[in-house]
Design a protein around this ligand. Sequence first.
Ligand SMILES: Cc1ncc(COP(=O)(O)O)c(C=O)c1O
Length: 461
Amino acid sequence: MDLTLSPNDISEVVEADRAHLWHHLMQHKVLETTDPRIIVEGRGMRVWDAGGKEHLDAVSGGVWTVNVGYGRVEIADAVRDQLVKMNYFAQSAGSIPGSQFAHRLIEKMPGLSRVYYSNSGSEANEKVFKMVRQISHRHHGGRKSKILFRERDYHGTTITTLSAGGQPQRGAQYGPYTPGFVEVPHCLEYRAQWDLSGEEYGRRAADAIEEVILREGPDTIGAICLEPVTAGGGVITPPPGYWERVQEICSKYDILIHIDEVVCGVGRTGTWFGYQNYGVKPDFVTMAKGVASGYAAISCTVTTEAVFEQFKDDPGDPLSYFRDISTFGGCAAGPAAALANMKIIEDEGLLANTLARGEQLLANLSTLAEKHRVIGDVRGKGLFCGAELVADRGTKEPVDEKLAQAVVADCMAQGVIIGVTNRSLPGYNNTLCLSPALIATPDDIDEITVAIDKALTKVFQ
Ligand SMILES: Cc1ncc(COP(=O)(O)O)c(C=O)c1O
């Protein structure tokens, strides 16, 4: 496939990028001496840059988003057909794809029943925070307004979602923050805070949440917001026993459970939702990235009927309902794309593929760990895996993040795009992240791990 733009075309693109684009999460000083990377086309698991170089994408668009892979004509067609018929109307009215997708989604989420549309993961999470605050005002006389979040978790980029963020480098210099958000300890057994393991560690890590609740006063706390598997904070799979205990604690103190499925949602861990691996019963579930695999901007805040009922009240009271709007939550492209995306996952059996290929990826990484002492820990669920790099296996001292980044750069030079935890915790940006599209083949998985093997050999031996 020849995707190379003519030298003139591409130099114009690069020039416009340099002159006018402000890239996300990037120190622009670097672009004074190197060209920005411009991705021009994608097919399946692969993307091509402006120079025509092919890459195998092991991170689904950089940030675990393109779950069904690139170039899906059926999603593009569904969006086009919808847009020429009806592109937009505010969500105070309904739309055909909006209703249909809500119905299909709820079929996969027993116990939940209402879908609120917006555009980004941050926004979906903020909706929950607003709902919890309004429930506090209307039903608890202002009590139960605090929201717990966990060290190492991330819930978004706005000031309030950063206030609920457990990654200090993401939040630094953006304060003052929104009050009423309280941190609980992480549950990463590899970096255990207690001298326990397995289920004992899992229950202890959850007990630490109860300690915070008792310190703050159960009556002050309305909800807890958790990732089912922590993503950017280090691909942290929960220890056994953790979620069962979290559920017990939340039931005991009447605390609503908000699961942030922005990364895990819609197949990434081999089930429709990450929480479904752990038997937890959420009151709120938020999702974004994989909902339409990046073919349209859509996020969903899903709640139980019991939560929804708390917003049905006297119509004569102008403040009695959820007074929130997201303009582009009314774009019909989002649910149209989401329906087509869900159909692909079903028709192609991608949940089963995710489980099988996820096991292969984890096994390959474990084999690499036997060869490379720099791999201290391997963890993951489905096609969502991490390898934590350490300078010393005994002390678990993390490698210098520049070395972890050098591994990523070497893979990129080989034509394989992998990720690394980035601006999360000071000193702990040392976990390689892998989240290939759910369509990955056995050969794709092997190609990814061969590239990592070569990169580790080059950087550390
Ligand atoms: C777990 C989690 N929640 C929320 C967000 C925020 O999503 P968005 O960037 O769409 O606002 C992210 C983004 O990476 C995320 O990883």
